[in-house]
Ligand binder design. Structure first.
Ligand code: BDR
Ligand code: CA
Length: 326
């Protein structure tokens, strides 16, 4: 690559795909990415969805609706539903956490997602470097790899999932995304090779990104007349009530938003090198994530594991970015 082309690619906004399962914190991640896209900081090439918080058809409907409520129709930012069920286990969804249709007390309507997820990924990759962010179960990426593609297709892959030597939010040791499709998570990290930028954002850090009523007010102010602002209280109230019911308090952990910020280097953070395995075959420890630091697993580490992030700046950055949608 010549120095001229290096300069040209440095100026080009990062090209981003998100694979998600909205889901309330995924919905906030979409608002943030839509804001970065409006600002010209990234090119949001598309959104694909997985089954997790709710079914894949519903997550696609929710993603399409959230983007439309932020001013982007399917023509501007395409959405496609991905694989319908986990690789090897039955699908379990979580209406108690995210509401009957995944958006708390709100319901997506008046939109219909189209498109095919593989075509969306292929089209995006054909146009240049792509950063892939996964904020749901890893089912789509694991399927993509099973079909003969490689990690190297992506400039970077950032995954929200796992609890590393830390209490889980689904079982004593497992985090939800990895518990829903443990085989997919394990296959993805077994396929990871040194030299690629692959980052895990585990619960240990993402649960520090708290958005309660005070933060929501700042977000809604920043959004101004953007239609999603009117529904956010109904979306978030459900999540606050859920978090209160599990002892966190009247606030909500917005894992997926922080993950997007880490993926795109929008906040200060630190990460350590490791290789990962996810327990898939034991019922009791299903979804448990093991991070082998450095060369503990015998070879070079393949992944960076998020250890710390500046969540105060992250919230500020979120409001500033949301304001670009107005
Ligand atoms: C993860 O689980 C889902 O419920 C959230 O959307 C997030 O991606 C947190 O464990
Ligand atoms: Ca999610």
């Amino acid at each position: 690559m010549t120095s001229d082309s290096t300069a040209a690619s440095a100026l080009r906004p990062r090209r981003v795909l998100i694979d998600c399962d909205p889901g309330i914190d995924d919905a906030l991640a979409l608002i943030y990415l839509a804001g970065l896209h409006a600002q010209g900081d990234i090119e949001l090439l598309g959104v694909t969805t997985t089954a997790g918080n709710t079914s894949t058809a519903q997550t696609a409907l929710n993603a399409t609706w959230v983007l439309e409520q932020c001013g982007f129709s399917d023509e501007h930012i395409p959405v496609a539903a991905g694989v319908e069920v986990p690789l090897e286990v039955e699908l379990v969804t979580t209406p108690e956490t995210h509401g009957a249709t995944g958006l708390g007390y709100a319901t997506a309507s008046g939109v219909s997602p189209g498109g095919e997820w593989r075509e969306l990924w292929e089209r995006a990759l054909a146009g240049g470097e792509v950063d892939l962010i996964i904020t749901g179960p890893c089912t789509n990426l694991a399927t993509w790899l099973r079909e003969g593609h490689e990690f190297a297709d992506f400039a970077s892959v950032t995954v929200m999932g796992g609890a590393v030597l830390y209490p889980g939010n689904t079982t004593p040791t497992a985090e939800w995304n990895f518990w829903v499709d443990p085989h997919a998570a394990d296959e993805v990290f077994r396929a990871a090779t040194p030299g690629h930028r692959i980052t895990l954002c585990p619960l240990n850090v993402t649960e520090q990104m708290l958005i309660g009523p005070g933060e929501a007010e700042q977000l809604i102010d920043a959004l101004g007349d953007v239609p999603i602002a009117a529904t956010l209280p109904e979306i978030l109230r459900f999540y606050w009530e859920f978090h209160r019911s599990v002892g966190v308090g009247y606030t909500a952990q917005i894992h997926d938003l922080l993950t997007c910020m880490i993926a795109l280097d929008q906040v200060k953070y630190s990460a350590y090198p490791a290789s990962l395995r996810v327990e898939a075959d034991s019922e009791l420890t299903r979804g448990t994530t093991l991070a082998f630091r450095g060369e503990q697993l015998g070879g070079e580490p393949t992944v960076r594991v998020l250890e710390r992030a500046d969540v105060t700046s992250a919230k500020k950055r979120f409001y500033e970015t949301a304001a670009f949608l107005d």
